[in-house]
Design a protein around this ligand. Structure first.
Ligand code: MRU
Length: 358
């Protein structure tokens, strides 16, 4: 299956070449495929903030490379470069608040910095660490795709109707995708009749990114308004909702794109299984429960305007871009370390003690 999965991979969104970071600009997809090049930590932080790159794992990977770019400039400037690099850590950490992969990646870069030996090439060491974060995310996705597929197979052996939210594909990760990785694997295994993709207001990750990724690979996909999801669960015989995550707390609560919580409530009501797919870098064992997760609020203009055109009345708009799904609405959390069914604090703690399965 791994080779089949790799052969099916078409999209990539992050490229590290000649100590420069290339990002496929996700703000203008699918209308335009524009690559932007970054050579500074501040530039990468701005790319994360403005959503040139988005999706929890991709944000972490970009931040790691951003730190390498910062280190290169600080080393060239001379003096106490490690002290100066703290500014880059800060700017990158402030770019977005909810996806913990960002902080996880920066912590890994800091640990590598602290392990530098006398006379070691610091830039090469940091670059290798960032490349390692990139590569291992892709590997984790391949493992999760297979685990998620097995989970579907445990319950069904014929083509199913699946529903997904936001974009969790190659665009959102180091490659292949988390929830979308499972959906891709299920498609290759002949287990997908149709994927319903929520459009994912207000930023339209579903319409612009997920629909583009799936259609490009010949996966049968229908786009639906977010508000159609409960109706589709009732009328279409959807068997699984499969989503990603931005942060999972020690008790198994899951922060993900706004709208995920209402999907989980509706899935429970309709007897639809609810699967969350995320690498262990998304799990934040330092937070006890979902209420502790900082939820990003973005500019109300994302709701008031469409394509730069005002569509709403002159009112205040509230724009929280993530919500928290409580663990007791989740059937399974799939990670590269294994699958946790009906998650709770004890099962999450056990999972985190395990080694990666690849
Ligand atoms: O605001 P975004 O587009 O960064 O939000 C992305 C999501 O919520 C994804 O579901 C999540 O990051 C998982 S991506 C593999």
């Amino acid at each position: 299956m791994r080779d089949k999965l790799l052969a099916a991979e078409k999209v990539k969104a992050i490229e590290w070449r000649d100590v420069k970071l290339g990002l496929l600009d996700q703000r203008v997809l699918p209308r335009e495929e524009t690559w932007l090049t970054y050579d500074s930590a501040a530039g990468v932080a701005e790319a994360i903030r403005s959503m040139v790159v988005r999706g929890a794992p991709a944000i972490g990977i970009a931040a790691a490379f951003g730190l390498v770019l910062g280190a290169r400039a600080r080393l060239a400037a001379g003096g106490d470069w490690q002290a100066a690099l703290e500014e880059d850590f800060k700017v990158l950490a402030e770019s977005r608040p909810t996806a913990v992969n960002l902080f996880w990646a920066l912590d890994r870069m800091r640990e590598r910095l602290q392990r530098l030996k006398e006379g070691e090439n610091a830039l090469a060491a940091l670059e290798a660490e960032a490349v390692g974060i990139f590569d291992s995310d892709r590997e984790a996705n391949l493992t999760m795709a297979q685990l998620g597929l097995e989970l579907i197979r445990k319950h069904q052996d014929s083509p199913q109707k699946l529903l997904t939210h936001c974009n969790t594909g190659a665009l959102a990760t180091g490659g292949f995708g988390t929830a979308l990785g499972v959906i891709r694997a299920a498609h290759l295994a002949g287990l997908v009749e149709r994927v319903f993709a929520d459009e994912t207001r207000p930023w339209l990750q579903g319409s612009r990114l997920t629909a583009w990724e799936l259609a490009g690979e010949g996966v049968p996909v229908s786009l639906n308004a977010d508000s159609a999801a409960a109706h589709l669960m009732k009328t279409e015989g959807i068997t699984w909702v499969i989503v990603g995550a931005d942060r999972i707390t020690a008790n198994g609560d899951v922060a993900n794109k706004i709208g995920t919580y209402q999907l989980a409530v509706n899935a429970m009501h309709h007897g639809v299984r609810f699967m969350v797919v995320a690498p262990s870098s998304t799990i934040d064992m330092s937070l006890e429960e979902g209420e502790d997760i900082p939820i990003e609020e973005r500019d109300g203009r994302e709701l008031l305007d469409v394509g730069g055109q005002r569509i709403a009345a002159e009112v205040h708009a509230v724009n929280p871009v993530f919500d928290v799904t409580p663990a007791d609405l989740i059937d399974a959390i799939v990670t590269e370390k294994g699958v946790v069914e009906r998650p709770d604090a004890a099962k999450m703690a056990q999972l985190m003690c395990r080694k990666r399965l690849h």
